[in-house]
Design a protein around this ligand. Structure first.
Ligand code: FES
Ligand code: FE
Length: 396
């Protein structure tokens, strides 16, 4: 059972009548895109990965957030840290690859060398420079914190005291105030503990390059009005009108949909792994959007996560991971226990994802037309309408 208080309500019950889709400029304008980068992706906690991706000391990932390249690395004490990918000597990019393993962070230009904790530990001939102090030339850190095993970064400069707020309110957050991650995620505390997300491991990542504005993917994810036509296979195992939501307003939105008895959201229709935890009701799949770049889909035996990275008003990179319980992999290795067939789920959702991205691309094309006007949302689209309302608190 969920420990949170909000009750689940049918999608149509929370519909605010008169809700319309966003005006064209929100999907095509470089100015709006710049406002989003400055007002959302530079100020909010954004998802960059999962701790299982950098399981060992010195494992790292490099992620671009707005125009900034960041190194996210596990140090010798096991802590995950984030640094700007910028050398303290002459600014050179330190790591070029998307991920890897390293014992130190060495600049490719003049070989200044940093420890995994960001401290400068080697700088050839700099001892000859009067007044030079290594301690003053550590890598610039970025705010980084974990939620349920997922790694989030926040580019707000918290060394500047004016951005460090006591008792921040949502209004202050809109103005660029920094909210610690625990406070940001407080409304979700304990909500997903059954899924054991912090220990799960990704079996597969697929990257999608979608010719559509990032908001169209959030709006698409937030409703199943489109499911009968766009996802015939999904609709067979999960009735499109079964959605009930417990988070209906704010930065976290969503709820569950039913899965038909004995079925699973896989190509075969059968469960494809051990359950990820003690999931009492195997006939529910939970879908939540986590503002601004995470889609979280919780199935009984796997967790699918989309990371969205807006590239331009009309293009979005999407990283999709399928997470399973670590024991599921081990069971497969031993050749015993429940069948571990991650591809069964991955193929199902790869097909479904592509169906979604296709209609998002068609939307983008139509929205760019001079004929486009905001259209009325249906009562089955109460959650995309709520997502738009939340978004408009950050961008005008
Ligand atoms: Fe990095 Fe010179 S720029 S060592
Ligand atoms: Fe869909």
């Amino acid at each position: 059972m969920h420990t949170t208080t909000p009750a689940f309500r049918k999608t149509t019950e929370t519909f605010a009548s008169g809700a319309k889709t966003l005006p064209q400029r929100y999907f095509v304008s470089p100015e709006v895109f710049a406002q989003e980068q400055a007002g959302i992706f530079s100020k909010q906690w954004v998802l960059v990965g999962h701790q299982s991706q950098i399981a060992g000391t010195g494992d790292y990932i490099v992620q671009q957030v707005i125009s900034e390249s960041l190194i996210v690395i596990r140090d010798k004490s096991g802590e995950i840290r984030g640094f700007y990918n910028v050398c303290r000597h002459r600014g050179t990019r330190l790591k070029e690859d998307a991920c890897g393993h390293t014992s130190t962070i060495q600049c490719p230009y003049h070989a200044w060398t940093y420890g995994l904790d960001g401290k400068l530990i080697g700088a050839p001939h700099m001892d000859d420079v009067p007044g030079f102090d290594r301690a003053e030339h550590s890598l610039h850190p970025v705010n980084l914190a974990l939620w349920e095993g997922f790694i989030f970064v926040n580019l707000v400069d918290t060394r500047n005291a004016s951005t460090r707020l006591r008792n921040p309110t949502a209004r202050q957050a809109e103005r660029g105030g920094y909210i610690p991650l625990e406070e940001w995620f407080a409304p979700l505390a304990g909500k997903f503990s059954h899924w054991n997300m912090s220990i799960l491991r990704s079996a597969k990542r697929i990257e999608y390059d979608v010719r559509a504005n990032w908001k169209l993917m959030f709006e698409n994810y937030s409703e199943c009005y489109h499911c009968p036509g766009v996802h015939p296979m999904l609709s067979k195992v999960s009735p499109y009108d079964s959605a009930e939501n417990d988070l209906c307003e704010g930065p976290f939105l969503g709820g569950f949909m039913s899965i038909n008895k004995g079925k699973s959201l896989t190509m075969s229709g059968n469960a494809c792994a051990l359950s990820v935890g003690k999931i009492e009701n195997l006939q529910q799949v939970f879908y939540y959007s986590i503002f601004p770049n995470m889609l979280l889909s919780l199935h009984p035996e796997y967790v699918m996560v989309h990371q969205l990275w807006p590239q331009s008003p009309e293009r979005t990179l999407i990283l999709c991971d399928w997470f399973f319980h670590p024991d599921a992999f081990a069971v497969s290795d031993r050749g015993g226990g429940p069948d571990f067939n991650p591809d069964d789920a991955i193929e199902f959702w790869d097909m479904t994802n592509k169906q979604d991205w296709h209609v998002c691309e068609l939307s983008q094309q139509g929205i760019a037309s001079r004929a486009y006007q905001p259209g009325p949302y249906s009562s089955r689209e109460s959650i995309p309408a709520a997502w738009d309302r939340e978004y408009l608190r950050y961008v005008r």
